[in-house]
Design a protein around this ligand. Structure first.
Ligand code: BG6
Length: 497
């Protein structure tokens, strides 16, 4: 049982960076799944653009190879491969040179007044050139949309430069700033849980919530992205966007309607209410770490700097953080005094992303000591893997013995409850772009507000000049991250069931 998909209008989708990792690993598989599901009309087209000279046939062969893992042995999907590949084309273009652009534009415009999506899956250094050329060739008309991927800058000043440049070619309603975490099923489910049930909202405030935890743990390491990652680090790569967006979804007020600006206005208010972390607080409220050699995914793995050295000859050191934990506070009426503990890192013990709403304990226990402790309720939203929701409750230990209490989860696994494939975030988000629905995308002011909160942390770290704390690959990060939460008499959630 899944929601019925409604076909979108016919479109042309151009992927700049069409031979890149994101295109081949996420975008094209996402489009293929939507196509196989009947959501993409037959006369739609996907055009890969990159600098390499490739024929359409060569591009299709590359895409076909990338889709092999998605298709596996499923005959229904196998049957859809050839017709999907027939929808694909390729264009060699250099964003920084005029050559070839006229032919590219003529070819697109010859297909009439259809929806055109330009997905900039390139380095942000090319956004300005690409947008200027799209405008110069008349490809920024009302039915065009542009999708930009992070990193949107490396601080608020550079984000403003990118936003200005993209904004000079496209209007805000045509710009889709993607944060793929917003397309994850559980994140959308958070909206459903909060706003389609009466149960939670009355408790969703500082009277009943003790604290919130947001963990995005990965087992992967640098993954050949040295050039980008080493100049970014976990705070910019994950916290500025994904974790802060999750924090917004948890803590925002109810929007008046599930409409783009209503939702984004509420998220913006949260971002603007985040208590600034000053240079004086940074040492107490933030922890940065970097992995050393250890074990991950069942095998020995090198440390971050050694991985870097293997990719970039001559590298012997780096102060880039691969782990961050921090304590944030939302200074408004609803959340006053409720800490939000955030942590994310690479080469951690497990791949798990979850949001934990830890409620306060009951005010008084009526039970004998022999019943055991009365533990506080927790609502755990698991984004990945095994998407689902667990509500931890106290119940009586079943059986005829004395009354003993147990903390157990009311457990809903989406895969078990609904069977079938859980759509990847990009599948939904790409279709939302075609539909022109920006609800799950970031507005310019949100991105800039998020950077304004991150900037002082970066500045404080720069002033401290300390090195990130080492942690062993395959662990849960530096001990200081445990101390960060334990100092407050709390612990990181561990799924015991
Ligand atoms: C990306 C980051 O935005 O998100 C990567 O740049 C990270 O460093 C990735 O690995 C995680 O996404 P997911 O969907 O695998 O959790």
């Amino acid at each position: 049982m899944t929601a019925k998909t409604v076909p979108v209008e016919t479109f042309d989708l151009v992927i700049f960076g069409g031979t890149g990792d994101l295109a081949l690993r996420k975008l094209l598989p996402g489009l293929f799944r939507r196509y196989a599901d009947g959501q993409i009309p037959e006369d739609s087209r996907v055009v890969g653009v990159a600098r390499d000279t490739l024929s359409d046939a060569e591009y299709r062969a590359r895409v076909s190879e990338a889709l092999a893992a998605v298709i596996g042995n499923e005959p229904v999907l196998q049957a859809k491969l050839a017709p999907f590949l027939a929808r694909l084309g390729y264009h060699a273009l250099d964003a920084t040179k005029d050559e070839g652009w006229q032919g590219f534009a003529d070819e697109l415009l010859a297909h009439g007044d259809r929806i055109r999506v330009f997905y900039l899956s390139t380095s942000p250094g090319l956004f300005v050139d690409i947008c200027n050329r799209l405008r110069a060739h008349g490809l920024n008309g009302g039915k065009s949309r542009v999708v930009i991927e992070k990193p949107i800058g490396k601080d608020s000043a550079s984000a403003a430069v990118i936003n200005d440049a993209v904004g000079s070619a496209f209007s805000e309603s045509q710009i889709f700033r993607i944060d793929h975490y917003l397309g994850k099923e559980t994140v959308q489910n958070l909206m459903a849980l909060r706003f389609a049930n009466i149960l939670f909202e009355p408790l969703w405030n500082s009277n009943y919530v003790d604290h919130v935890q947001i963990t995005v743990a990965e087992t992967v390491g640098l993954e050949k992205r040295a050039g980008y990652y080493d100049t970014s680090g976990a705070l910019r790569d994950m916290v500025q966007n994904h974790l802060l967006q999750l924090l917004c979804m948890v803590s925002m007020e109810s929007p008046a309607a599930m409409r783009a600006d209503a939702v984004r206005d509420e998220k913006l208010k949260v971002l603007r209410s985040l208590r600034p972390i000053t240079a004086e607080d940074a040492a107490a409220l933030t922890v940065r770490g970097q992995y050393r050699a250890g074990a991950s995914n069942g095998g020995a793995v090198p440390g971050y700097v050694d991985e870097l050295a293997a990719l970039e000859a001559g590298r012997t050191d780096s102060r880039t953080e691969t782990f961050v934990a921090l304590k944030a506070e939302v200074d408004n009426w609803r959340w006053a005094g409720v800490p939000f503990y955030l942590r994310t890192g690479k080469r951690l013990a497990e791949r798990v992303s979850e949001i934990v709403i830890a409620f306060k304990p009951v005010p008084h226990s009526i039970f004998e000591q022999t019943a055991g402790p009365v533990m506080a309720n927790k609502l755990v939203l698991r984004l990945q893997p095994d998407e689902g929701v667990k509500l931890w409750l106290m119940i009586k230990d079943p059986g005829p013995g004395g009354l003993r209490l147990q903390h157990v989860p009311l457990d809903m696994s989406f895969a078990e409850a609904f069977g079938v494939h859980q759509p990847e975030a990009y599948e939904r988000l790409l279709m939302d772009v075609v539909r022109g629905n920006p609800t799950l995308f970031m507005r310019r002011d949100e991105v800039e507000a998020a950077w304004k909160w991150i900037d002082p942390i970066l500045a404080a770290w720069e002033t401290m000049r300390d090195s990130p704390r080492p942690y062993t690959a395959g662990s849960w990060g530096p001990g200081a991250a445990v101390a960060l939460i334990e100092r407050d008499g709390r612990t990181w959630h561990e799924d015991a069931a």
